[in-house]
Design a protein around this ligand. Structure first.
Ligand SMILES: [Zn+2]
Length: 226
């Protein structure tokens, strides 16, 4: 099979090095199509396409599989390999529950389990808020607590609200995010965790010589003007 995007030799893919959905060159593409008659349903078919892609940003080569089934109402299921691992800083987190949760979120995403990954990202956000001292039974109460502590801005409060709403839709209504939506959800979670749990400690650990004290007897007004 040669799709329209194959004909133009480009497509979207999730680059394992950039960890983003980016345009990629299609280096090679091969498809396998099967059709059969199902009693009561008629003719069914499926197409499995494998592509070797080259990221147009960093030039990394990776593989993409796209599976299409004639009876599915969803867009073709796309999986990219190898998958980006969890960020290195996950190992620096003091909280092992959060560490394990994040490894499961990335594992679910990389296996194509978008609903589970979205639910996991919401749980990781919840855990991180508690670690930041947010009391309360609901997300609304936790956002309020974080805002009062000065940990998040009003803009970030609204953004976190949208992320947790998306996670709730996956948890309670079976909403399955598109690939790009899940990337946004995980990026938002990652950004909050890194800023509040990793970067804050790293910045506090910076050690530098203190500013030298001014010599007594020399005031700013006594310095020669320039
Ligand atoms: Zn790349």
């Amino acid at each position: 099979m040669t799709s329209a995007s194959d004909a133009s030799n480009t497509c979207d893919g999730h680059c394992p090095r950039c960890d983003q959905n980016l345009n990629a060159d299609i280096v090679a593409s091969e498809s396998c199509r099967e059709s059969w008659n199902q009693p009561g349903l008629g003719s069914l078919s499926e197409i499995d396409t494998y592509r070797i892609l080259r990221c147009r940003g960093c030039k990394t080569l990776y593989v993409q599989r796209m599976y299409w089934f004639s009876e599915s109402q969803d867009p073709p299921h796309v999986t990219d390999w190898p998958s980006p691992p969890a960020p290195d800083w996950v190992g620096q987190l003091d909280d092992h529950t959060l560490q394990n949760l994040l490894h499961e979120v990335y594992g679910a995403r990389n296996a194509g389990h978008r609903v589970l990954a979205a639910i996991g990202a919401r749980a990781a956000l919840d855990r991180a808020m508690v670690l930041n001292g947010a009391e309360g039974a609901s997300f609304r109460e936790k956002f309020k607590a974080l805002r009062e502590k000065g940990i998040i801005s009003e803009t970030e409060k609204r953004m976190l609200g949208k992320l947790t709403d998306a996670g709730s839709a996956a948890a309670h209504r079976g909403w399955s995010p598109k690939r790009e939506e899940l990337t946004t959800l995980i990026d938002g979670m990652k950004s909050f965790l890194h800023r509040t749990l990793v970067l804050k400690s790293a910045v506090n650990a910076i050690s530098h010589p203190s500013r030298p004290k001014k010599s007594k007897g020399i005031s700013d007004s006594s310095r020669p003007s320039q």
